[in-house]
Design a protein around this ligand. Structure first.
Ligand code: CDP
Length: 197
């Protein structure tokens, strides 16, 4: 069976946690596409060359989850050649046998416009900044909020594959939801679209 779940949304909206949980629940493979951009951003040198030569070892770097890597990712993610170099790998992953969940910014719009399920996960900037600030356990909340707003603006404002919901994406606002409730809501939406055997 081929079955693609596309989960998009801004930083710290909860897409990563929801995607992992949904993949586990339904036995699907999961690809955090942000990691690809993070790995390209952290490799240094020419980002287009880095994207074309991306390897398993690049994706295994321990520092890819850092704030620095997130910033580097959103900087290289504006380059159309970088995005083009990463496209086929993501599409092949999406169509693998047994089902796949991909989370990112442009999965429902560009990478997998035919995905069986598309979710657009959001939360207010203040709540997302608070989540990031608590995760980091250091620094000033105001600085994290400014960073979240700047990254939103860069991701939504770029010309190539900007962050926006696909027309047929289902919105899921996690601002007032516990993580368990957000996962349950996403799992219900996926279950409703699974083919009946
Ligand atoms: O976890 P968080 O949402 O902070 O970051 P991420 O999903 O790892 O993405 C980091 C950056 O990579 C984003 O701000 C985007 O600029 C870029 N990205 C993208 O352009 N397209 C994707 N499919 C995934 C990430």
């Amino acid at each position: 069976m081929q079955f693609t779940v596309a989960i998009d949304g801004p930083a710290a909206a909860g897409k990563g946690t929801i995607s992992r949980a949904v993949a586990e629940r339904f036995g699907f493979a999961h690809l955090d596409t942000g990691l690809l951009y993070r790995a390209v951003g952290m490799k240094g040198g020419d980002p287009v060359a880095a994207a074309r030569a991306l390897s398993e070892a690049d994706l295994a770097r321990p520092d890819l989850r850092s704030l620095e890597a997130g910033e580097a990712a959103s900087t290289v993610a504006v380059l159309p050649e970088v995005r083009a170099a990463l496209l086929e790998f993501q599409r092949a992953f999406a169509r693998r046998e047994g089902g796949a969940v991909l989370d990112g910014r442009d999965i429902g719009t560009v990478i997998c416009p035919g995905a069986e399920v598309k979710l657009f996960v959001t939360a207010s900037p203040e709540i997302r900044a608070e989540r990031r600030w608590r995760e980091a356990g250091a620094g000033e909340y105001a600085d994290v909020l400014a960073q979240v707003r700047a990254r939103d603006a860069r991701d939504m404002g770029r010309a190539d594959a900007p962050l926006r919901p696909a027309e047929d994406a289902i919105p899921l606002d996690t601002s007032a939801l516990s993580i368990e409730d957000a996962i349950a809501a996403a799992a219900r939406l996926v279950a409703a679209r699974l083919p009946t055997r």
